[in-house]
Structures are given as C-alpha cells and as structure tokens.
Design a protein around this ligand. Sequence first.
Ligand SMILES: NC(=O)c1ccc[n+]([C@@H]2O[C@H](COP(=O)([O-])OP(=O)(O)OC[C@H]3O[C@@H](n4cnc5c(N)ncnc54)[C@H](OP(=O)(O)O)[C@@H]3O)[C@@H](O)[C@H]2O)c1
Length: 335
Amino acid sequence: MKNTQLRLGRRPQGEATMEDFEVTSEDIPDLGPGEVLVQNHYISIDPSSRTHWNDGQSYRAMMQIGEIVDVGTGGEVIASNNPDFAVGDMVTGGLGIQEYGISDGTNLQKADLSLAPLTSWMGGLGITGLTAYFGLLDVGKPQPGETVVVTGAAGAVGMIVGQIARIKGARAVGIAGSDEKCRFLTEELGFDGAVNYKDDLYGGLRECTPKRIDVIFDNIGGPMLDTIMRRLALRSRIVISGATSQYNTDDIYGPKNYLALATMRARMEGFIIFDYTDQYQKAREDMAGWMKEGKLKFRENLMDGRVEDYPAVLHSLYEGSNTGKMLMRLPAAQA
Ligand SMILES: NC(=O)c1ccc[n+]([C@@H]2O[C@H](COP(=O)([O-])OP(=O)(O)OC[C@H]3O[C@@H](n4cnc5c(N)ncnc54)[C@H](OP(=O)(O)O)[C@@H]3O)[C@@H](O)[C@H]2O)c1
C-alpha cells in the first residue's frame, strides 16, 4: 500500500506556495512491536504552522528540509500492535501531512465519539479550544462584569474565548473580518458585540465597549492591536496568543502604542499552550460540561482536499475564508 506525503522542500520566503513543498509516495512499512497504523481523515489548518518552516529558534524545533510537514491530524486506527489502541479507534495526534501515519502511540489520543465528533476533538476540545481556555482564564483572568475583546474572534481560538468569557460572567466583544462573521458571533454564539475591522474599527469598538476594555485576547497583532489598545481600562491585561497578521513576513510590526501600558497600569503577557499539558484533562472536562449544558458551541469548517492541496487550503485561511476551526478533509473521510 502506498502513502502520499507532503514534505518541506525549502524554506519559504513570505507566504508558502506549492513550490516550497515536495510530494512523495512511499510503501507503508510493516508495523513494529507496539506500533499503530492510522489512516488520516483530517489535517489541522493552523496559521502558526508557517512559523515552523523558518530557520532559527522558537518554542519548538523548527522543521528540517525533507521532513513530513508537521501538523495535527485526526484519523482511524487500521492496524495495531499496541494494546492501548484497537482497529476502528478514532484518534487525534501529530502525524503530519500524509495519508497514513505510524506511531508508537505516545503522540495519539483516543477521541470519545460519544461526547463529540472527531472534528471537535481537533478544535474546541483540541489544542485551539485549550489555547482559548488557558490563555483567557490563566493569563487574562476575566472577572464578572469586565469586558473582554478578542481578535480573530470567528476563528478556532477566538470563538471559544468569547464564549468562555461569557460563561465567567464577563462581556465578550469580538473583532472579525466580515459582517457575516460578526453575525455568527452575536447571533449564534451569544457575544455581546462584534466589530468588523474592515469598517470603522475604533468607532465600532467605542460603541461596543462603553466601559473600556479589561482583557484583550490578541490572535492577530499588527496595527489592529495598537487601535484596540486605545480603549484599555485601568489595570487591564493583554493576552498575546499569536499574531496571524505577521506570520508571512520577516518585517514584523510590533505594538507602537505600548505606552498605554504605563498610562493604564496594564500588563501584556504571552503564553504557549504546551506549558499546560498536565492540566488538559481538567480543561476538557470543564469544556465538555459547558458543551452539554448548551453554553459552549463548536464550529468546524471542513475543506475537502488531498495532501498536495494543503498550501492552497492554508492560503485560504490567511484570506479569512474560515469561520471556526478549519480542517482539510482527506479523501478517506470524504463522502
Ligand atoms: N499561544 C499558543 O499556544 C497558541 C496555540 C494555538 C494557536 N495560537 C494562535 O492563535 C491564533 C488564532 O489561531 P486559529 O487557529 O484560531 O486561527 P483562525 O483564527 O481560525 O484563522 C485565521 C483567521 O485570522 C484572520 N486573519 C488571517 N490573516 C489575517 C491578517 N493578515 N490580518 C488580520 N486577520 C487575519 C482571519 O479572520 P478574519 O476574517 O476575521 O480576518 C482568519 O479567518 C493564531 O495567531 C495562532 O498562532 C496560539
């Protein structure tokens, strides 16, 4: 049986294109002791993946040329020499962009389909949901009655941030790139307000945040963050989750409005989700409970594609085509 894979061919300049990758096809080897063979159904589409293809240092090892592109996956166990995994188990993990992956089981988690579909275990109950949970609750620490503003609000992380803010008694205001996304936030997810940043960002924000902003949860960065910082309240907190607007450039735009931190006695702090690994279980229990109570909704945005379609699907994410967690659905899961 053949396995099609996508490998890093060279380090991209600016946004990655198909020319930066190489498609390979290999025979699937026999399984060794303790190994599991997974047929991938879904590939996680994440803006930060682009940052791992650069040269240099980060919070995790950079990918090397020739390696299979390292992203989150979801799929079905189709052969197993591991007593912890049975044929038919649905699992999430980090098997990379390929049709099949072999694992010793240490980077796989079984998805409880009685609770939520596999796609939700890659989104709301997966890394992006956990990022929202810990970034907001451990770093932002919203208090009842406070106002939380989240950028990239209709995306995988952002949509969960606003809902958890409301569960904790805070007001949630989302910033997103279209009126349709703003309606999704207020009408479907219950955000208190939403602003389309392509219209009048500061004017919209002033209307939606009459008591100014206590927590900014920032996924986007760039000049947008400067504008939002003009509305900071006293002793406010800015959570740096990411900076999607800056991932395809070497000419990074840093906050120019940083003196607002002094004026408002505010704090800006970043975090990386992998520091919370030992607390994932508790967070998932909380989120599953909120989901059952109808207080927390997930949305996945599935795009059909093959391994070699990944660069085009990632490009559409940067263009803002997604609402919710974006996943590429491989032929194994397509109807
Ligand atoms: N700290 C951590 O441990 C951690 C872990 C996971 C993810 N993150 C970060 O969380 C952030 C959100 O990730 P996600 O998976 O939820 O992505 P996402 O928000 O689902 O998808 C990207 C969205 O960003 C917006 N966008 C894209 N390019 C933009 C640009 N140039 N300027 C302004 N907006 C742009 C688009 O929305 P609009 O249509 O609204 O513009 C797009 O839909 C990322 O920065 C990611 O790196 C951090």
